[in-house]
Design a protein around this ligand. Structure first.
Ligand SMILES: NC(=O)c1ccc[n+]([C@@H]2O[C@H](COP(=O)([O-])OP(=O)(O)OC[C@H]3O[C@@H](n4cnc5c(N)ncnc54)[C@H](OP(=O)(O)O)[C@@H]3O)[C@@H](O)[C@H]2O)c1
Length: 268
C-alpha cells in the first residue's frame, strides 16, 4: 500500500482489540505492513481478515506477554515474519482488577503481575527488536503508557506505578538511542472507551445512577471518573492518531516525549 509508512513493518502488541486494534488500522492505512499480536487467536484472526480485506499486508503472532520469556518468544516469532521497523508496545493492563482496587487491596503479587505484563515484557520485547533497528539506522519505538502516570490517584496503585515506569523507560531508551535514527516516545491515554471498557463503565453507571442511555452514562463517566477539560471520554482513534504521528518519518526530530491524549485530564 502507498502512504507515509509504505515499506515499513509495524508490530503492535495487544492489537486483537481496543486501542491496539485501532492502531493497526491507522498504521495499515498509512501503508505499513502490520504484525498483529494477541492471546486470543480468534480475535487476532478476525482482525487479520479485516485488515487484509482493506488491502493491508498483515501477519500475526499469538502469545502472552506475562513475563520476559513469553515476550521473547513473541518477539522471536515476529522477527521470523520479517524485519520490524516500528514497535508499538501497547499490551498492558492492571492485575489488581477493574480500576477500582484501593491501595491496600492491591496485593504485592498483583503488583508483580502488573509489572511483568506492563514493564518487564516491554523491556524484553525492546531488547529483542530494537538492536536491528539501530543497525539499519531507522526505527520507531512507541509505548502506550497512561495519563494516570502523571495524575496521582490512590486506586490501582500497581498500574499507576507500572505506567510511570513505562514513561521513564521511554525517556531513558530515547537517550540510549541518541543519534541512531531510532526514536522512543510514549502516548498516554486518558479514559478511552474500548469494547472491553464499555461494559465496565455501564456497570458503574448502573451503580451510580448515571442514566439509562450510553450518551448519559458516557457524559457522567467523563465528568465524574477522570474529569478533563474536554467533555467526553477518549476514543481508540484519538490514541491511534497520536501513535501514527510518532511513527511517521516526519517525526524524526521528536524523541523522549510523553504525549498525553486525555482531553486535558492530567495537566502537570
Ligand atoms: N482504555 C483505556 O482507558 C486506557 C487508558 C490508559 C492506558 N491504556 C493502555 O492502553 C493499552 C491497551 O488498552 P485497551 O484499553 O485497548 O485494552 P483492551 O481493549 O483490553 O486490549 C488489550 C489488548 O492487549 C492484549 N493483552 C493484554 N494483556 C496481555 C498480556 N498479558 N499478554 C498478551 N497480550 C495481552 C489483549 O490480547 P487478547 O485480548 O487477545 O488476550 C488485547 O489485544 C494498555 O497498555 C492499557 O494499559 C488504556
Amino acid at each position: 500500500m502507498s502512504g507515509s509508512l509504505a515499506g515499513r513493518r509495524a508490530l503492535i502488541t495487544g492489537s486483537s482489540s481496543g486501542i491496539g486494534a485501532e492502531t493497526a488500522r491507522w498504521l495499515g492505512r498509512a501503508g505499513a505492513s502490520i504484525v498483529l499480536h494477541g492471546r486470543n487467536a480468534d480475535k487476532v484472526a478476525a482482525m487479520e481478515e479485516e485488515l487484509r480485506a482493506k488491502g493491508v499486508e498483515v501477519a500475526s503472532v499469538i502469545g502472552s506477554l506475562d513475563d520476559p520469556d513469553a515476550a521473547r518468544a513473541v518477539a522471536s516469532e515476529a522477527l521470523q515474519i520479517g524485519q520490524i521497523d516500528i514497535l508499538v508496545n501497547n499490551a498492558g493492563g492492571s492485575a489488581s482488577g477493574g480500576g477500582n482496587a484501593q491501595w491496600f487491596e492491591a496485593s504485592a503479587e498483583e503488583w508483580d503481575t502488573t509489572f511483568r505484563a506492563n514493564v518487564l515484557s516491554t523491556v524484553a520485547m525492546t531488547h529483542e527488536i530494537v538492536p536491528a533497528m539501530k543497525e539499519r539506522g531507522w526505527g520507531r519505538v512507541i509505548q502506550n503508557a497512561s495519563a494516570i502516570a502523571d495524575n496521582p490517584i490512590s486506586t490501582i496503585p500497581d498500574y499507576k506505578a507500572a505506567k510511570t515506569a513505562v514513561v521513564s523507560f521511554t525517556i531513558s531508551l530515547a537517550i540510549a538511542l541518541r543519534g541512531t535514527g531510532v526514536t522512543s516516545n510514549a502516548v498516554s491515554p486518558g479514559l478511552t472507551v474500548t469494547e472491553n471498557l464499555r461494559g465496565w463503565i455501564e456497570s458503574l453507571g448502573a451503580e451510580h445512577g448515571w442514566g439509562t442511555t450510553w450518551e448519559e452514562i458516557e457524559k457522567n463517566a467523563a465528568e465524574q471518573m477522570f474529569p478533563a477539560l474536554v467533555a467526553r471520554t477518549g476514543r481508540p482513534e484519538d490514541i491511534a492518531r497520536a501513535i501514527l504521528f510518532f511513527a511517521e518519518p516526519g517525526a524524526d526530530f521528536i524523541t523522549g516525549q510523553h504525549l498525553r491524549v486525555d482531553g486535558g485530564m492530567a495537566l502537570a
